[in-house]
Design a protein around this ligand. Sequence first.
Ligand code: AMP
Length: 493
Amino acid sequence: MDSQGAFTYRDLLDASSRVASALLAGREDLHEDRVAFLITPGFPWVAVQWGIWQAGGIAVPLPLNSTKPELEYLVDDTAASALLFDAPAVALLGSIAADRRIRALPYEDLLAFQSAGLPEVTSERRAMILYTSGTTSRSKGVVTTHANIAAQIMSLVEAWEWSADDAILLCLPLHHVHGIINVVSCALWSGATCHMLPRFDANAVWDHIAGGKITLFMAVPTVYTKLIAAWDAASPSRRADLSKACARLRLMVSGSAALPVSTLQRWKEISGHTLLERYGMTEIGMALSNPLRGERVPGSVGTPLPGVEVRLVGGNGEPVPTGTPGEIEVRGPNVFAEYWGQPAATRGAFRDGWFRTGDTAVIEGSVYRILGRTNVDILKTGGHKVSALEIEEALREHPAVAECAVVGVPDPEWGERVAAAVVLNDGAALDLSSLRAWAKESLAPHKLPSRLLVLDALPRNALGKVVKPTLVAMFQTAAMRRSLTRGGGRDVC
Ligand code: AMP
């Protein structure tokens, strides 16, 4: 279901086989040609993805709201043989296709084709390329086969007990594993209903929840923050209606970034749901999840999902004892095939058949807690290793702090300095010394921030994740400005 109306599975098979015929244009099989597409989330998006697959191609979903150079990078990196798009993208993709003399196919034109014979596509064939966070020239294309995608879907369908009676609302972008696999593909695999919003809008999401037809909801932490703000802004009677409507859902899930415990608690007050937090990434789909039934531990991501093996290893590649932090490694049929055109990066990403996620976690009790990206969130300061996520969790408790992100800023004396960027609640004020004095109660001295930036908004990507390298650069720029204006020497800004 989308803004254009309701569509059946029969409609989807019909539209996708027309798309496939248009792509094949008389050929028997696309033989893994890459087909890139820029389409607003909705029925046409799915018809195009399935059409590419039916024709034997590799689907390359492009991110909406990208600049021309960003799209050109993705089209060139995948050497796409055709570009598909809907009306809003005609001008942009039409000119990119023309410059490269590749086929440009508007969605509306595809439907005029008659379905023809389709090739056999085996599950080992490559199916999709998703680019890792961001669309810079450094981002890598993650290639998954049909078998990888099926394994990622089946694991979630089993763990979260999807059925044809389910109905889910998509409000996430469709160039990322969360929206594509966890929401749309799991729904279609199960014969469930998928309501698709073209883009996130807090009030539209609440209207759908209030409509009472949704059984499942999955989103990133920032979406829950925005839904909480919209609930807070609603009238008392609407609030009561919205909270009541949440009781009709059977499951609400959060992931793709750390869920602040304060958000989990506030959401529980509003909706009655303890959010199920899970952990995954583009290369592996989902790996760890709190249970559908049973205790969900705030701040944890639970245990390995069905069919997925997970272990924590130290710097020497050996498994660490329980309770010791280590890098998460993942093995299983869900793990991607390769980085597109980057054999060295692919080789470097695996150790003895295990995929090295680059995330650090620790097992506490019997559940995993994510400590962050090893190279970004595990700060090395004065000989200590500290988790940025743990410090963020503590600082969010400060009454003046609305949002917070912690990074390590390179420093000749300390290795890295703990640097906190905050967005303050309306009318609140905060300086470094008062924050440190307050945080001393909950954080050891080496975890206390020695730099503070107060911002209007944290730099975030399309999925709402804080872009930490940008934040580090902001701290460095701020420090440089201060040293220029004050003659340098200060540790705080
Ligand atoms: P992406 O490939 O864009 O989905 O990003 C994957 C990364 O998001 C992981 O490598 C983690 O660093 C982070 N991530 C995903 N889920 C969680 C979670 N529940 N808690 C903390 N970090 C997460």
